[in-house]
Design a protein around this ligand. Sequence first.
Ligand code: NAD
Ligand code: UDP
Length: 342
Amino acid sequence: MAQTILITGGTGFIGSHTVVELIEHGYDVVIADNLSNSKLEPLNRIERITGTRPRFHEVDMRDRDGMNALFEAEPGIQAVIHFAGLKAVGESVEKPLEYYENNINGTLVLCETMRAHGCKTIIFSSSATVYGENPVPYVETMQKLPASNPYGWTKWMIEEILTDLHTADPTWNVMLLRYFNPIGAHPSGLMGEDPRGIPNNLLPYVAQVAVGRRECVHVFGNDYPTADGTGERDYIHVMDLAAGHVAALEWMLAQPEPSVEIFNLGTGKGTSVLEIIRAFSDACGHEIPYVIDPRRPGDLPASWADATRAKEILGWEAKYDIAQMCADSWNWQSHNPEGYTD
Ligand code: NAD
Ligand code: UDP
């Protein structure tokens, strides 16, 4: 019988792509999301791609009764992949209480509910942000450095909370996946990133300029100590990231003993802002206008992964290059210029 996996935040960007990958690997998928940063339309798209509609519960992670009702309605949940959370760095600086409350309380209520229902296997969406100002490439064994914003601190703290949980009760099986910069979209063009309002992240911004929704890209600084002076990041195709979750889950469920494991999910390569703009221009077939602006406060010059551990232990490595990531983003954006319309 298929194993049932609960995906919190499963209608969001990374969650929805991971749901497709899980269904295609034979898992039975249940989604929980409060739709605070997503819509219902991805459920239709998942069904179009896979032929299966995942069961959906509109519930807030912080709602104890709602979460309990979900676990009662879905008695066979064997593991949880926990994507649900608020993720805008700038907004977290303006609304620290909302970020701590949502991300931390949501995780606490989720874990309490899991424990009450005997499910103690969790994969958590962490972030490269926990490495702070460590030198690149980031290795899992590096000490975490203080975060520079409340969003980053929530990732930092939830990693500690889940580690403490395993220390207190070693039957908890915990995986902390540190993502680098997910971009791209499902190759069908049916699913992709659909940010609300003005995008904070580079790729959706570039894509919206390409499609004519915005005038030009603002490059945040060209005086960094990098090859062309613009910031370098480890962009990873969201389908590679989704495959990384399936590899992590399969590995985790096959281990004889529960543990706490940390894996970077990145490509191991840095790409500059100007290289991204160039690659996207090639993908969409026209020049993307840009201007150089001052640096964005809090940005690091460079961030990329040492991706060795995931390859050696999980047998997973990213396979798509920047050209493919931009081509798939463009395919999504050009077919869905206004994103998902419910
Ligand atoms: P997303 O906003 O598209 O998805 C998150 C989902 O969680 C949304 O559908 C939202 O409605 C839901 N959600 C938020 N708070 C909730 C709550 N209290 N109860 C129920 N649902 C709630 O974001 P994403 O890009 O898919 O990111 C998924 C996870 O990965 C997040 O935890 C994010 O912090 C983490 N992450 C993202 C990136 C990135 O660049 N996208 C990088 C590193 C880590
Ligand atoms: N960036 C930019 N213009 C934008 C958004 C981002 O120049 O409109 C740069 C940013 O300074 C960084 C890179 O693009 O060097 C990636 O930023 P993003 O916000 O996508 O991800 P981050 O790594 O900051 O989480």
